[in-house]
Design a protein around this ligand. Structure first.
Ligand SMILES: [Ca+2]
Ligand SMILES: [Ca+2]
Ligand SMILES: [Ca+2]
Length: 178
């Protein structure tokens, strides 16, 4: 397992990841930002398996995923172990930032493994698509993989990636997606 090396608080000072190798890090304060970078040789999906020291529904940890231009693509928060998938649309260097996104903060060690698989990225969402005007296009009969940035559903800790079915709409679900 590799160990983070501070200072890694900017895109330019990101620690280098190797696909499939675990990285261990720690947020030294609630304002610490830990940047990592993964260079991929082909388009594909980057799977990040995150192991955090907390087991909570509160957002102790945040993940931001940036493309090769440094533009934010996806943003998630969690207080428990989770796996995330990001689309790397082209060969290049992609960035992952781990942060303390809120009032909640843990100084315990986290670890994660980022694995790149060369494959088509068609069907994977790209943020921001938080409004109808910026909605990702769905094709009838094609599955869309996505994860909500935040999801509230009383009594239902939905920790797995949400799969959206084009045939369903929000009125089919007794929950609120925000
Ligand atoms: Ca750190
Ligand atoms: Ca840092
Ligand atoms: Ca854990």
């Amino acid at each position: 397992m590799s160990q983070e090396s501070e200072s890694n608080d900017t895109l330019a000072t990101a620690n280098t990841l190797s696909s499939g190798n675990a990285m261990n890090g720690q947020l030294s304060s609630s304002s610490d930002l830990d940047y990592y970078k993964l260079t991929v040789a082909a388009p594909g999906i980057v799977t990040v398996a995150l192991d955090v020291p907390t087991n909570s529904t509160s957002p102790y940890f945040g993940l931001n995923f940036y493309n090769a231009s440094g533009a934010l693509q996806n943003s998630y928060t969690t207080g428990s172990d989770n796996t995330y998938r990001f689309a790397a649309a082209a060969a290049g260097t992609y960035y992952l930032q781990i942060n303390a996104p809120s009032y909640y903060y843990s100084d315990g060690s986290y670890s994660f493994t980022a694995t790149h698989a060369a494959q088509s990225v068609a069907g994977y969402e790209a943020e921001s698509n938080n409004s109808q005007a910026t909605a990702n296009t769905l094709s009838s009969g094609n599955a869309m993989n996505g994860q909500t940035t935040s999801l509230t559903c009383a009594g239902w800790p939905w920790a797995t990636p949400l799969k959206l079915d084009p045939a369903l709409n929000s009125s089919d679900f007794p929950m609120q997606i925000t």
